[in-house]
Design a protein. Sequence first.
Length: 548
Amino acid sequence: MPGTRKSKKSGRKGRHRHAAGSASERCRDVNVVKDDILPQEVPEVPKDKEEDFGNTENLPYVIRVSDVMGRYLVASRDLRPGELIMTVDPLVVGPPQGCQPLCLGCYKKLDLEENAYRCEGCGWPQCCLGCPGKGTEYGHSEAECRLYQSVRPKLLGADTSALTPLYLAVVPLRCLLLQSDPDRWRTLLSMEAHNDIRRKLPVIWRNNQENVVDRIRKEWGMTQYEEDIIHTICGILEVNAFEVGQDDLSIRALYPSAFYMAHDCVPNTAHTDDQHFQLRVRATTKIHKGTSIYLSYAYTLQGTMKRRDHLKESKFFDCACARCSDATELGTYAGALKCPQCTTGVVISTRPLDRDASWRCNNDTCTGYTIPASSVRLLMDKIGDEVEALDESSIPALEAFLRRYQNVLHPNHYHCLGVQHSLCQLYGKTPGFLINDMTEEQLRHKRDICRQLLKVVDVLEPGYSRLRGMLLYELHAPLMILTTRGVEAHTISYRDLRSRLKEVAACLEESSIILSFEPKTSHEGMMGIAAKEALIRVREWQRIITDS
Ligand SMILES: C[S@@+](CC[C@H](N)C(=O)[O-])C[C@H]1O[C@@H](n2cnc3c(N)ncnc32)[C@H](O)[C@@H]1O
């Protein structure tokens, strides 16, 4: 599920024995019992040795069923921020939708002009002769290789453009292979496919028919798989797949238990996945017993219109969470425009849960500037395309974007937030803007951007979220350099120094805790290690000034 991006992760080896198959069966048995807590007779014991859940009855969640959300998870006791909720191994892993050629063993992107390696068994392109993912459960398994042997000549004869669409059928076929494992197959089929809704959506249904069903059955002659079941699997993947992958790999995977988590546009969990695709879900905020455990299927730094469109189109429901119901997005104005008429008001939806409702200036003294939702949608798409086309590593290009739209978009508008997020990472690390070379004004600018972003993120992705962890780390740098320069120039008092160091230490402490949940080798994980080391140095400085 997006949003959860799914750029994240943590690491621990080994297979996890989960009871998702059994849990799913129980759910189906009791699906008619609405809003009832389902018993967990065969509990799932998280493997994580750092956390001891005690006896198996002490699982941190139970599964409930509601008319609106279907099955969802609820905390069975109070959960602390950072507390591990579940550790699960995937049911199936594979290439994402719409990917370019990649290795079916390790998912590395392949340039077929330069890379001519093909699997000896079936002819799919692979990264090298000794791909570590060959013959593995979550890579190019032997069973998969055998299945493709009958189409080997077709695969060998295909160039990049002919091969690219074939990848769409890879994960569905991997799901079909689970039939040899009845427990896992049952778990897979217990997932929501929304066939009734999807069948009425001609574009989606036809795409699946052409790219997956007909490819598997007609082109590859695998008629042992019925049309209906292939369509159901396509739906299961659309509704339940997580985006995972380390080191810029883009992979989709289905997980038992984790798929039960309902969506909220302000999630109270975050998840990481490691190099073995194991998923770990943690609480980001305190979750009180009896409260729903949510993740966000959408990107949190997007406006309500965009998120709700995405959720409707790809997850097939109308989100009506507190954030979506509030035209101000909980006071953040993350989707708001500036009023071109009165220039001081903010233009927001008149009824945010109605996708066609007009948008109006909220300023009482304005004559009531109004704009149709369709025009807002067009404008957002146009600006979105512009953001996509920006050179993400160019500070001048990003700054120019913010200047260009300063009279159009609210400063907290998600398009601005995205650009500011890129900028706050570039300031301090880009030639010409290296942290020690930055002027005080530039340092204050980086500090202010971090603070502004944190104010919004504190509301939309609160607690121990990856984004907060990274922003806190980014914030500590200008704070620290400004403090050091103040000391050198004798412009800050002893009292000031103490309070500034306290603020830097607080940023680093929280950042190092949050980012310690990330895999150590990931960008975020390494940032967490750097935060921890910097914290030791700041604490030492605090000790010295206290002693002196
Ligand atoms: C990954 S599944 C979650 C498990 C699902 N409820 C089930 O019983 O299998 C995603 C689906 O759950 C439902 N859902 C999740 N969050 C929801 C929400 N906030 N409001 C309405 N439906 C929701 C939607 O039907 C969505 O397509």
